[in-house]
Design a protein around this ligand. Structure first.
Ligand code: ATP
Length: 280
């Protein structure tokens, strides 16, 4: 896939659709796979094309500098946030991307409003940022683990929408992906972390606690996804049991988002043009 967007769709029909406010988001185990998805070889090859295109687009996006792009990734433990970042961000020039991960807040962060730590790492114009978890933990983990009263976290849906709308008005293009895995797939992946000494460190006690709260998290995700999927900052549910499908879908979303912004290289500045007249 080369050029600038006028080519054939790489894999027709295999693309993400934004969550529509007021609808019920399917978050059952079945929704973690796309039935009849093309075979792995085909998807991986199409993804490589998308990643090549992403690299071209990012170069122009950085030079253009009119917008920032923020990709917010949420998902249960072992849903593949790290793997996705490795694959998709591998395509980029590291100078133009930044990644921020959000763990439990520090004592200082807890003394501030919940968006304080988030706002500081929003990418500046020209940059592509990814959040590995985000301010949505404050309506997910905080809700399910009962770390704040309902009256407090419920207010946050609106606060988040205001915050994201303010960012949008200031040139930040936001896309939000929920990496959706099934209970069986999570079990397999968590067990793999126990079996592989190189992955043991990733396994945390809290992962088991959260797994036991599966249905509560489903409910919390469902509400966050519907209440905070806006025109300017839509949510996408990414079926993520199959990693190649997940990578393809998110790479495609990013390509389409960047193409829609028509990034272009700024023309040479007049003073430089004058100065180089005598150059050589
Ligand atoms: P993986 O998905 O690969 O297991 P991870 O994203 O869980 O990795 P960690 O640093 O191990 O990475 O976990 C982050 C933890 O921090 C999660 O349990 C998450 O719920 C928690 N967390 C993040 N933000 C908040 C918050 N605002 N309040 C409470 N807990 C939070």
């Amino acid at each position: 896939m080369k050029g600038n967007g006028d080519q054939q769709e790489p894999l027709p029909g295999l693309r993400l659709a934004p969550v529509v406010e007021g609808t019920t988001v399917p978050l059952g185990n079945k929704a973690a796979r796309i039935p009849g998805a093309p075979e792995r070889k085909v998807i991986e090859s199409a993804t490589r094309d998308l990643l090549e295109r992403l690299a071209e687009l990012q170069d122009a996006f950085y030079a253009d500098g009119r917008h920032a792009l923020l990709l917010i990734l949420q998902g249960r433990d072992a849903s593949g946030k790290d793997g996705l970042i490795k694959t998709v961000y591998g395509a980029f020039n590291p100078a133009g991307v930044q990644v921020a991960a959000f763990g439990p807040p520090t004592p200082l962060e807890l003394k501030h409003d919940f968006l304080w730590r988030v706002h500081q790492v929003v990418p500046p114009r020209g940059m592509i940022g990814v959040f590995n978890r985000s301010h949505y933990e404050d309506v997910l983990a905080v809700r399910v683990r009962q770390l704040a009263p309902e009256s407090e976290w419920r207010e946050r849906f609106e606060q988040i929408n205001h915050f994201e709308s303010m960012l949008h008005a200031n040139g930040v293009v936001i896309r939000k992906c929920f990496l959706h895995i099934s209970q069986d797939e999570q079990r397999e992946r968590l067990l793999a972390r126990l079996d592989d000494p190189r992955k043991n460190w990733k396994f945390r006690r809290e992962d088991l606690d959260d797994r036991a709260l599966w249905d509560d998290y489903t409910e919390a995700y469902r509400e966050a996804l519907t209440r905070c999927s806006t025109k300017h900052a839509p949510w996408y549910v990414v079926p993520s049991d199959e990693k190649p499908v997940r990578n393809y879908l998110v790479a495609r979303l990013l390509v389409e988002t960047l193409e829609s912004l028509h990034p272009s290289y700024p023309a040479m500045k007049a003073d430089v043009r004058d100065a180089i007249r005598d150059f050589q």
